[in-house]
Design a protein around this ligand. Structure first.
Ligand code: ATP
Ligand code: MG
Ligand code: MG
Ligand code: MG
Length: 468
């Protein structure tokens, strides 16, 4: 059974043989791109190569790209612990053509790698194409995919765009059917969110350009951008539908079981899974220079860290645990990503400090929360004032409280939470004004609010697409 490290190499070597340059992953914090919170796909580092603005000395590239989808438009944070296929941090394997080859080569490359190099059973594979893309449909047919396993999809799942304007185009995706012992339906069906039919690879054909007025033309320079989740193909090649059953995740889950002394595969397994996932995203973010803070990227990091810490607490951990898991992560991934090894001490120290601090209020906050929910029934919402108190006094990000309540079928009155936040700000303003300081002081609050000093909620609306 190939390990994730071996599968990564197989992918890169295959495309190298096809004339692609192996390019290193770019950092999780995109360079010169304030519109994007985190690198969330392989194409991010090549944006300017697709538009022709930037020229490199190769026109074919292949990468294993570090991705985080935990904020902005692509946010899989709430899927972790609930699906078998989503992480906050994952590696996207990709091949790229900048005005070099196109559809006619890209589809057979993908098919050959999946069915020959990886040896995946063809009868389990399905593909999707954009509903108007007859060309792609015919190519799959020619490769021997039966017509009833080439599904035409009319939604944005099969039409990619970089942003509201710019390069765009249809895409084709490869799915694997893990069998009817797992819940889920084929792409385009109402049950597509289940884990039976798992999307493994997305191949984008950049062939159009969209303008301000919504009109589209054909691009002179046609390009290819693809993305395959390493953990998903890894699970498949290791005989499971579940990413958390891969060698890498098993090692992290076992490390978590070891430090908490709780059975890795018993009832509490979901906590180990969340911890393993969040350990990766937090460690890689810190290695790329993000530090926990109360706004922007740092607040997303803090939210992920604190969510993990609540799960460790639920496993009964008395002492901080997250930092103790870092050596295991470094031994799994340090060779492929030396920055992890270089930053190991800083990652451990940052996790240890954050967990030590949060532990001082976590326990009391959870007791308060438990007391409040005792009176609530399935489907009820926790009042906003309590959620705000947890936020303000106990350091519980709103989404941590929501995560805790979701397990019990409860939600938060978010309007009430916002109102409590507003009231707090108004009080702070009044106190400041009443203190006899310069009248300008209120300006600071406005600036602070606009800059998101109190809580980070931005990016969602204006973030560019950035997926493969
Ligand atoms: P899904 O529909 O399963 O959420 P997606 O359509 O959002 O996936 P793409 O944006 O097409 O995913 O990304 C390309 C590939 O990256 C996917 O086919 C999948 O293999 C992988 N991938 C995407 N999101 C995740 C994630 N959160 N965790 C692990 N792998 C992922
Ligand atoms: Mg998705
Ligand atoms: Mg999808
Ligand atoms: Mg997709």
């Amino acid at each position: 059974m190939p390990s994730l490290n071996e599968i990564r190499s197989t992918f890169l070597n295959y495309f190298q043989k096809q004339g692609h340059e192996i390019v290193s992953s770019s950092p999780l914090v995109p360079r010169n791109d304030p519109t994007l919170m985190f690198t969330n796909s392989g194409m991010v580092q090549f944006k300017n190569c697709f538009t022709g603005v930037e020229k490199r000395d190769y026109t074919r590239a292949t990468t294993a790209q570090k991705c985080v989808r935990a904020g902005g438009k692509h946010n899989d944070l709430d899927n972790v612990g609930y699906t078998a296929r989503h992480h906050t941090f994952f590696e996207m394997l990709g091949n790229f053509s900048f005005g070099d080859y196109f559809k006619k080569e890209a589809i057979p490359f993908a098919w050959e790698l999946v069915t020959k190099e990886f040896g995946i059973d063809k009868s389990r594979l399905l593909t999707t194409v954009y509903h108007t893309d007859d060309e792609a449909f015919e190519m799959w047919k020619k490769l021997g995919v039966p017509e009833d396993r080439i599904i035409r999809i009319a939604t944005s799942d099969n039409f990619w765009q970089m942003g509201p304007t710019g390069p765009c185009g249809p895409c084709t995706e490869i799915f694997y059917d893990h069998g009817d012992h797992i819940w889920g339906g084929p792409p385009g069906s109402p049950e597509e969110d289940g884990d039976r039919f798992i999307e493994i690879w997305n191949v984008v054909f950049m062939q159009n350009e969209r303008f301000e007025d919504g009109s589209m033309t054909d691009l002179d320079m046609q390009s290819i951008d693809t993305g395959m989740g390493l953990e998903r193909i890894g699970a498949l090649l290791q005989g499971s539908h579940d990413n958390y059953d891969t060698d890498l995740f098993k090692a992290l889950i076992e490390a978590s079981a070891h430090v908490t002394n709780v059975d890795p595969y018993g009832d509490q397994n979901v906590h180990h899974r969340v911890i393993a996932d969040h350990l990766r995203s937090t460690s890689f973010l810190i290695a790329d220079g993000v530090m926990p803070s109360n706004d922007g990227r740092g607040y997303v990091l803090r939210r992920i860290m604190r969510r993990a810490m609540r799960h460790a607490h639920l496993l009964g951990a008395k002492d901080p645990v997250m930092h103790q898991l870092v050596p295991s992560l470094v031994s799994q991934m340090g060779e492929a990503y030396p920055e992890l090894r270089q930053a190991q001490l800083m990652i451990e120290e940052t996790l240890r400090l954050e967990e030590t601090r949060f532990k001082q209020t976590l326990d009391r906050g959870l007791k308060l929360l438990d007391g409040e929910v005792a009176d609530l029934g399935e489907g009820d919402a926790l009042n906003g004032a309590t959620a705000f108190k947890l936020y303000d006094t106990y350091g519980f990000p709103l989404d941590l409280t929501q995560d805790a309540l979701r397990e019990k079928g409860l939600t938060v009155d978010t309007d009430g939470f916002d109102a409590a936040m507003e009231e707090q700000k108004a009080k702070a303003r009044a106190a400041w004004a009443g203190s006899g300081e310069a009248a300008d002081a209120t300006v600071w609050f406005d600036v602070a609010e606009n800059a998101g000093v109190t809580e980070f909620l931005g990016y969602d609306t204006e973030e560019a697409e950035g997926q493969v």
